[in-house]
Structure formats: structure tokens, C-alpha cells
Write a protein that binds this ligand. Structure first.
Ligand code: MN
Length: 367
């Protein structure tokens, strides 16, 4: 018997959960197949049986190990109290559960053979590779669906069981935004929810929209606690941003920690914050290239006219002297000699680095 597929315009499913007062809730979103970051973050949190771990969607896709992450989450949920909600990258049971349809199959073919538009193999592709099923533009999709259906029942069942909304006595967890009247898919994929959200009755925790995108002049991946909206946004840009991090948000304490895989170093000299800086980011990343000098290009942001030097490797595409660039800032971090920074990348003109969730540059030498 075929399981009922998740239909995008169906009402969201809601799970209710009672959590005994005194237990620590740890909310984590947007792991995106980065198992190393998840392990690193949970080690930093010192997860115990007393904690309630809530994964706020997008466990899978875009990162290196979606299948391994899924299995790790399933294993964790046998040893700890773990609850997950479905993100817009998580409902791959539909690969097996949807009735055959040419348009839908064309989508799955682009996802598999096109390596998810360049992001790399996702969970279904990894299952097929593990089974030795060939992936390519001429692949047999019916055979691929059968191979997944026959060999990954526990994984598919785990995904099928994910609710879109998780309600506790005190909190709501939803991946994109709390818009049940707009259907399941809207709850999973509501971009920049904080910009359109109305005040919530209960504190609501969301992921999906990388926090850095809420800032215009600074690259800040720290969780945002919006007290007017009773909204907590926690997506640190893990995988999606080159300098992203995985945030863990603790309730009821309203504190957080984060993990990234970057090496750390201490700075040798003081550095004052830049007075003027900008963050060119996804969705608003068109620049005119004014000059190029080996490793860097002088760029003028088209919308604002702001000029900064951008590593040439950040240029995503270009047509003549107009280009789109990967997220970049020219912010000089305020630092004191001896401060520890995460080193994102060493360039010929300083170190791209992070400190306390904020990305920027350091011009001096490292210890
Ligand atoms: Mn998402």
C-alpha cells in the first residue's frame, strides 16, 4: 500500500508536546546535512537525557551528508528526547509516495542528475548511490523509487512522521513561519518571516531564513529575540553561508551557543571597528566591477553605490562588468590583542574571520 503523500497545499500537521518544567529545551535548525557541525554543537551543549532537543527543520540537503545526518538524528531520538519538525528540504518520502507524474518526475530528475542545482547529492541521491543505482539524465526513475522504497522504510517513515508545527505549553516551533491558514508548504518555506510576522501569543521559534540576511551593514549570525513579535529566529546559515554557524537556542533561559568548524587563532594587535562598512548579500548582490587586481576586485554595489574590495573567488557570475557576488562584508572587527577569532580564510589583504557570531576582517598578524 502506498503511503499518503504530503501535499503542499494541505493544512499543516500539528504535534503537541508536554514538557515538564525544569527541563532544558535545545532548539537547533537548518543543519542541512552538516553532520560534523551537529555533532560539534551537541558536544558543546553537553546534551543529556534530561534535555529536550527540538530540530526546527531543514535537517537535510545542500550539505555533505544528508543520509548520515538523518540516521544520526534517528539514532539520537532513540537515546534522547528528540523532536523534529519538517522543513522545506525534508519531505523526501514524497519521492516514493507521490503518484507518478511527468512534471514531478522532471523535478526529481533535475534534483538527482543535476545534483540539486549544484548543491551536491542530497538524501535520495545518497540512498541510490549506496544501493548502486545509477544516477544520470537517462536513469530509470521507477527503478530508483523502488530501490528507495524497498531499502529505506525506517528513514521514510521517520520523515513521514514529521509534523510541520510543534506546540508545547509555552512555545511553538515551525521551520519557516506560523501561517497554518496558508498550508503546510507556506509554514515550511516562508522567507524572511520576521519581516511579515504578526505578534505571536506564545514564543515562536523559527529557522529557514539565515539570520545574516536580516542585517544590512553587518554579517551577524546570532539568534534574534524579537520581544514585540514573540519570535525567535535561529538559522545561523550553516552550509548556506561560507562563514555560517549552527546555533543552539536554550529555553526557557533564552540563551544560546553556536558551533562552526573553523580553526581559531589569537590576534596580535588591537584593531578598531571600521566606521563605515557594508554587507553585500544574497538577493541584493549585483555589483559593477570597477577594477581587478589579482586576488581582489574593486566593486560598486549597484543598488546602494557602496564600494568595497571583494575577493575574485566571491564572484558567482558576471556579464561584462556587472557581476553577482557571494555574501561579503568589508567590516573591520573591533579586536584587542589576545582575542580569539575563528579564521574563515587568510587572504593577501587580511584575515576573513568571525568573533561571537559576527564576520569581518582582521588586518594584523596572528599568534
Ligand atoms: Mn528552509
Amino acid at each position: 500500500m502506498r503511503a499518503a503523500p504530503l501535499l503542499m497545499n494541505a493544512p499543516p500537521t500539528v504535534a503537541r508536546l508536554h514538557i515538564e518544567p525544569g527541563r532544558r529545551i535545545i532548539a537547533v535548525s537548518d543543519i542541512h546535512g552538516n553532520l560534523d557541525y551537529l555533532r560539534g554543537l551537541l558536544a558543546k551543549c553537553a546534551l543529556t537525557e534530561r534535555d529536550v532537543l527540538i530540530l526546527v527543520g531543514d535537517m537535510l540537503e545542500k550539505g555533505p551528508d544528508s543520509l548520515g545526518t538523518l540516521r544520526y538524528v534517528m539514532e539520537l531520538s532513540r537515546r534522547y528526547e528528540v523532536h523534529a519538525v519538517c522543513g522545506n528540504c525534508d519531505f523526501w518520502q514524497n519521492f516514493c509516495d507521490l503518484p507518478d507524474d511527468p512534471e514531478q518526475d522532471a523535478f526529481y530528475l533535475r534534483y538527482l542528475a543535476g545534483r540539486n542545482r549544484g548543491w551536491g547529492d542530497g538524501v535520495i541521491a545518497q540512498m541510490l548511490l549506496e544501493q548502486g543505482v545509477p544516477i544520470g539524465w537517462d536513469m530509470d526513475l521507477a527503478a530508483a523509487k523502488a530501490a528507495v522504497r524497498d531499502n529505506y522504510q525506517p528513514e521514510l517513515d521517520f520523515l513521514r512522521a514529521l509534523p510541520h508545527i510543534l506546540e508545547t505549553d509555552d512555545y511553538t516551533f515551525v521551520h519557516g513561519g506560523l501561517v497554518p491558514e496558508k498550508g503546510a508548504f507556506a509554514c515550511m518555506k516562508l522567507d524572511a518571516y520576521r519581516s511579515v510576522a504578526r505578534p505571536h501569543e506564545k514564543w515562536t521559534v523559527v529557522g529557514h531564513w539565515p539570520l545574516v540576511l536580516y542585517h544590512e551593514t553587518i554579517t551577524d549570525a546570532r539568534p534574534i529575540i524579537d520581544r514585540d513579535l514573540k519570535l525567535i529566529s535561529i538559522d545561523g546559515g550553516c552550509v548556506l553561508k561560507d562563514d555560517g554557524q549552527l546555533n543552539a537556542f536554550f529555553l526557557p533561559d533564552m540563551t544560546w551557543t553556536s558551533y562552526d568548524g573553523f580553526p581559531t587563532a589569537r590576534v596580535k594587535t588591537d584593531q578598531a571597528a571600521s566606521q563605515r562598512h557594508y554587507y553585500i548579500r544574497y538577493g541584493d548582490n549585483q555589483v559593477r566591477i570597477l577594477a581587478e587586481d589579482g586576488e581582489f576586485a574593486r566593486c560598486r554595489h549597484l543598488r546602494t553605490g557602496y564600494e568595497m574590495d571583494v575577493p575574485v573567488s566571491h564572484i558567482l557570475s558576471r556579464e561584462g562588468d556587472v557581476a553577482r557576488v557571494n555574501d561579503i562584508t568589508d567590516y573591520r572587527l573591533p579586536l584587542r590583542a589576545g582575542d580569539e577569532i575563528s579564521v574563515v580564510r587568510v587572504t593577501g589583504r587580511g584575515v576573513m574571520c568571525k568573533r561571537d557570531g559576527i564576520s569581518g576582517w582582521y588586518d594584523g598578524e596572528l599568534e
